[in-house]
Design a protein around this ligand. Structure first.
Ligand SMILES: Nc1ncnc2c1ncn2[C@@H]1O[C@H](COP(=O)(O)OP(=O)(O)OP(=O)(O)O)[C@@H](O)[C@H]1O
Ligand SMILES: [Mg+2]
Length: 245
């Protein structure tokens, strides 16, 4: 049975595939060079490295917001430059991108509606988007803040709204940039469990930037360290394989 499962696993297509990709803002000065990276359904991969090394730039490149300088980038079966289907990619940006004067519910409904417009969900009644929004707000422990404008929330609460917005979308790939910052340990564990459960159950993948190396190792199946010791740092697979959730 184990052999059969392994066989099935090995035939899964990667959600993310990078081959000899250079990323950055100027062709002459790439920030990071990635020889080879594949991320599979249900996998959690953490990215760590010093400030300014290019972690956010890497997420934004995989999200299709910046084009790679060179190399081949494939996300959810599409080759860059791609236009991902609505709701397929979930992004929790470092600078959250919330609408500050509107409510928690309004912000999370943006994610839920994006997800709802995907082919399968669009066949279902739109009240389902509302259900997904309420469920993900609840999973982030924010049910009592439903109608609160974002600007009146703490930093950690705002971060949880951004995570709820992404979960409500039911994406195939979540890219989360320091999404556990500003959270106390109990809240952090709760948020991490919800996101991890979603990834494991749905077969989505999670690519997470995490500056705290020990936290990165404990949450991820693999840790990629971007080393800024060189002009074109390489991403290397570190020892995170030893810790599995
Ligand atoms: N829009 C931009 N145009 C040009 N350069 C940029 C742009 N955004 C970021 N940079 C530069 O690219 C480099 C990498 O930035 P990036 O935000 O990816 O770093 P990071 O690893 O995420 O850092 P941090 O841990 O502080 O968030 C930095 O030197 C930054 O100044
Ligand atoms: Mg960053």
């Amino acid at each position: 049975m184990a052999d059969v499962l392994e066989e099935v696993e090995s035939h899964k297509s990667p959600i993310i595939r990078l081959i000899d990709v250079e990323i950055g803002y100027k062709a002459a000065e790439p920030l990071v060079k990635i020889p080879n990276l594949e991320v599979y359904p249900g996998e959690i991969v953490a990215i760590a490295g010093p400030s300014g090394v290019g972690k956010t730039t890497l997420l934004r490149t995989i999200a299709g917001l910046i084009r790679p300088i060179s190399g081949k980038l494939e996300v959810c079966g599409q080759v860059s430059p791609f236009k991902p289907g609505k709701g397929v990619l979930g992004y929790v940006p470092q600078r959250l991108g919330l609408i500050r004067h509107t409510s928690v519910m309004h912000n999370v409904m943006i994610g839920a509606n994006a997800g709802h417009n995907k082919s399968f969900w669009s066949l279902l009644p739109s009240s389902l988007a509302k259900k997904h929004a309420l469920e993900s707000i609840d999973s982030m422990g924010l049910s009592d803040k439903l109608n609160e404008p974002i600007r009146r929330l703490s930093g950690g609460q705002q971060r949880r709204v951004a995570t709820a917005r992404t979960l409500a979308q039911k994406p195939s790939l979540i890219m989360a940039d320091e999404f556990l910052s500003e959270l106390d340990e109990e809240t952090m564990n709760m948020v991490l469990k919800e996101v991890t459960d979603y990834v494991r159950k749905s077969g989505a993948a999670l690519l997470v930037v995490e500056h705290d190396i020990s936290r990165a190792k404990s949450m991820a199946d693999r840790l990629l360290v971007i080393d800024d010791g060189r002009v074109n740092p390489f991403i290397t697979e570190a020892t995170a394989m030893e810790v599995k959730i």
